[in-house]
Design a protein around this ligand. Structure first.
Ligand code: ATR
Length: 288
């Protein structure tokens, strides 16, 4: 088969990026839709992000994804920023336009898309319990509020960070009821029985073994438990939730749907979601 000509590049910029599955998903989608672009990744230290972004438009690049730790770094370099970027002060998806770089944040909205598409779950009027108060918690809490969540409680090991996060979110979304507190057993017990959705955003569990203690038995029987970590496919947190009889959704779903949103921003086309889901689940060795 003849090689396809490449007429545009899309980049992943982060540190590290070696194990990212974004190139696999996006290149599969481009190939499926016969889009003559290639998705490449580059590991950049902080000091090279600005020069890289400056030369990018003259190289035939059409867009990029930005990942940890550069999502905040790129914001001052944007010619235009979406409301998601304004609220979260972070961007994970950039489009090269005539006016310069246009910034979006598809993480939070991708999480909400995942709830709807993969778990048939709608945030409208619901009570959310968010564990952790970092960048991921901010993006997700903002997107859930935008989707009509009624009440959100943010619990964090360092309570001052949770309070600060909630102050910012309350200003952006005054119609949602916001609460923040320390992530301790007593508070988990108090809030669990009122929660329709639990969102695990802390870095506990990234090692595949540790697990944040949580009283899953106290959740309403129909509550949904989610974790943003997608390797391992089922985190110890989700395994414990499932064993307690609660519905779960793994971090793969948010990863898939933020990628689908990025694809739509660059190509202006509907993403081939089924193809993207299949290749991701296979790469993660998901049980069939
Ligand atoms: P991100 O931006 O990806 O969300 P982050 O800003 O490093 O990452 O946040 C990591 C989150 O995990 C924080 O909420 C952190 O709590 P602190 O604010 O108290 O640091 C949380 N976290 C990390 N280790 C933890 C632990 N052992 N127990 C509870 N929470 C932990």
């Amino acid at each position: 088969m003849p090689e396809r000509p490449v007429r545009g590049t899309v980049w992943l910029v982060g540190h590290p990026v070696a194990h990212s599955l974004s190139p696999l998903i996006q290149n599969t989608a481009f190939r499926h839709d016969t889009i003559p672009w290639i998705y490449l990744k580059i590991d950049l230290p902080q000091r090279l992000v600005r020069p890289f972004l400056r030369i990018l438009p003259s190289t035939g690049a059409v867009g990029l994804n930005v990942t940890v730790p550069h999502k905040e770094t790129v914001v001052p370099l944007l010619a235009r920023a979406s409301r998601d970027v304004e609220v979260t002060r972070a961007a994970n998806c950039l489009r090269v336009s005539r006016a310069g770089l246009e910034g979006h944040n598809t993480d939070g909205a991708g999480f909400v898309d995942a709830l709807r598409a993969e778990s048939r779950w709608d945030p409208r009027g619901r009570t959310i319990l968010i564990l952790g108060a970092g960048g991921a918690a901010l993006g997700i809490a903002h997107a859930l509020a935008q989707a009509g969540a009624g009440r959100s409680v943010v619990l964090n090991r360092t309570p001052s960070r949770a309070h600060r996060l909630v102050r910012r979110l309350r200003a952006a979304h005054p119609d949602t009821a916001w609460e923040s507190d320390a992530l301790v057993a007593e508070h988990l017990g108090r809030y669990a029985h009122e929660s329709d959705l639990v969102v695990q955003t802390t870095s506990v569990g990234l090692d595949g073994r540790s697990r944040l203690p949580f009283p899953f038995d106290l959740l309403p029987p129909r509550a949904l438990v989610t974790d943003i970590v997608y390797r391992p496919f089922e985190t110890p947190f989700l395994r414990a939730a499932r064993r307690a009889g609660r519905a779960t959704l793994g971090g793969w779903a948010m990863f898939l749907h933020q990628a689908a949103r990025s694809y739509r921003i660059w190509t202006r086309r509907p993403p081939p979601l089924g193809v993207m889901r299949r290749v991701l689940l296979r790469a993660l060795n998901a049980p069939r």
